[in-house]
Design a protein around this ligand. Structure first.
Ligand code: NAD
Length: 469
């Protein structure tokens, strides 16, 4: 059992602290927002993450998990101090805003009275480990105290955060002190994951390079989708065909509205900024960002192509969160789409299974007038009297809607499928004017089963690829 402090109780900090306590460690989570800590101490989670509430409850009850706003209390006897605070985009040129990491480092220094390993889990620009070391050293209340700094970037996905923490593809640790990195590695040993120890700059870079690569895959398939749409091919089948190639893989090849959320947008921007600052010209990263932005515009273009002017139209929005299984609205495509359609004179009816409250906050933050938005209780309510429906977030519950009922309740049967969730032919047969993202309308594809070497297709297709293949 180790004594651990986790600074920051957001998506990463709360999941990390809770999972580490679930592994038998003694964990105290610290946050500066009193309301969050008060809620947590009353069993209310400040975020939505499947499975987390039960896990928090279990570990609090077992006396292994505590929450506080006090660094003095939270750092007591801590052998490991994880920094998991936010690193939002800075207002200047797209770099990372390091204010929260810097203040966490200062506050650690002001209370630390024993040796500890400070582990940076926040996504931070290359070289930030040195900055954290310097801030802690310069602000130590007891200058005789020693400490080590380790970089441990986090790769979990919101919505699958617990599973990802417990079954990571790899744990990356970077430090100039091998001993310290090995001590942190021991914390992760029960997970039986691949653990990679590098220098600190490399560990920090692995996080940015990984996110930038995944964002690139998304923008790549979105560019292909645009070409498919123009030339009559179906990008979903193109992605399947590509994905069977093990060198490519099928993950992150879903064409649609592009990436959003708290990580990809800011991390690609920050990496491009780091490269720019270093005198380089990161052309591909800039293209990735531009394509991503254009995908959101495409939805509005599809609406105006069919409806002409949007003035007076009611646009139904299915899903607000940036992706399913989270209430996170940071850089959610829904925000841009709502801003653009309302700017053209439309009103919006919207529904999300969990993100209503966070959506209201995000709209206020982005100066989107709530007067033009009606929040509904179900997808069916959204459809009622709408001129068009836009599927923005591919929540599971939207997969099996009664589309006949939806169509009959709409003023005009227009469906823009921003996530390619539905089959174009089924939607057309149901009476919708359907537009996906890069989907043609060719015959259903067929493939031979593995090992079949016959050169012609059987009269009955051996296997029909359908949604979800
Ligand atoms: P978040 O905004 O959800 O949570 C950050 C928390 O830190 C907030 O509760 C905030 O009040 C708290 N905080 C800020 N300054 C503090 C301080 N000085 N002391 C104590 N608490 C403080 O952020 P997040 O989504 O959990 O992300 C944290 C970091 O992890 C970011 O760098 C992010 O890029 C990275 N990351 C996020 C994800 C993700 O899916 N959200 C995945 C991998 C990595």
């Amino acid at each position: 059992m180790a004594v651990i402090s986790v600074i920051g109780t957001g998506y990463v900090g709360l999941v990390t602290g809770t999972c580490l306590s679930d592994m038998g460690n003694q964990v105290t989570c610290i946050d500066i927002v009193e309301e969050k800590i008060e809620k947590l101490n009353n069993g209310i989670l400040p975020i939505y993450e499947p499975g987390l509430e039960e896990m928090v409850e279990r570990n609090v009850a077992a006396g292994r998990l505590h929450f506080t706003t006090s660094y003095a209390e939270g750092l007591k006897n801590a052998e490991f101090i994880f920094i998991a605070v936010n690193t939002p985009p800075s207002s200047v040129a797209g770099g990372a805003d390091m204010r929260f990491v810097e203040s966490a480092a200062r506050m650690i220094a002001e209370e630390l009275d024993h040796y500890a390993i400070i582990i940076n889990k926040s996504t931070v620009p290359v070289g930030s480990g040195d900055i954290v070391s310097r801030i802690v050293r310069n602000n130590l209340k007891r200058p005789d105290v020693t400490f080590s700094v380790v970089s441990n970037p986090e790769f979990l996905r919101e919505g699958d955060a617990i599973k990802d923490f417990q079954n990571p593809d790899r744990v990356v640790l970077g430090s100039s002190e091998r001993d310290a990195a090995e001590k942190v590695a021991r914390l992760y040993l029960p997970l039986r994951a691949t653990i990679m120890i590098t220098d600190i700059y490399t560990a920090e870079m692995i996080k940015y390079a990984s996110n930038a690569f995944l964002a690139t895959k998304i923008s790549f398939i979105n560019e292909i989708a645009q070409i498919c749409e123009r030339l009559g091919a179906d990008v979903k089948e193109v992605a399947n065909g590509m994905g069977y190639d093990r060198r490519i893989g099928r993950d992150f090849l879903d064409a649609g509205l592009g990436y959003g959320g708290s990580c990809f947008p800011k991390d690609v921007r920050a990496l491009a900024h780091m490269a720019d600052e270093a005198g380089l010209h990161p052309q591909m990263l800039h293209a990735v960002m531009e394509i991503n932005h254009d995908q959101r515009r495409l939805v509005v273009n599809k609406l105006t192509d069919i409806l002409g002017s949007l003035r007076g139209c009611v646009i139904g929005i299915l899903g607000l969160a940036f992706k399913p299984n989270t209430d996170d609205m940071r850089e959610a495509p829904s925000l841009d789409i709502i801003r653009w359609v309302t700017a053209q004179g439309a009103t919006v009816r919207a529904y999300d299974p969990v993100a209503r409250e966070t959506a209201v906050e995000a709209m206020k933050l982005h100066s989107i007038s709530l007067d033009n938005v009606t929040f509904c209780e179900t997808a069916y309510d959204v459809a009622e009297g709408s001129d068009a429906l836009v599927l923005v977030t591919h929540w599971n519950e939207f997969k099996s809607l009664n589309m006949q009922r939806i169509r009959e309740s709409m003023r005009r049967p227009i469906l823009i499928d921003g996530r390619n969730m539905y089959e174009p032919s089924e939607m057309t047969n149901c009476g919708f004017i359907y537009r996906g993202m890069g989907r043609g309308s060719g015959p259903a594809p067929t493939i031979l089963p593995p090992g079949d070497t016959t050169s012609t297709l059987p009269s009955e297709p051996a296997l029909s690829l359908t949604e979800g293949d």
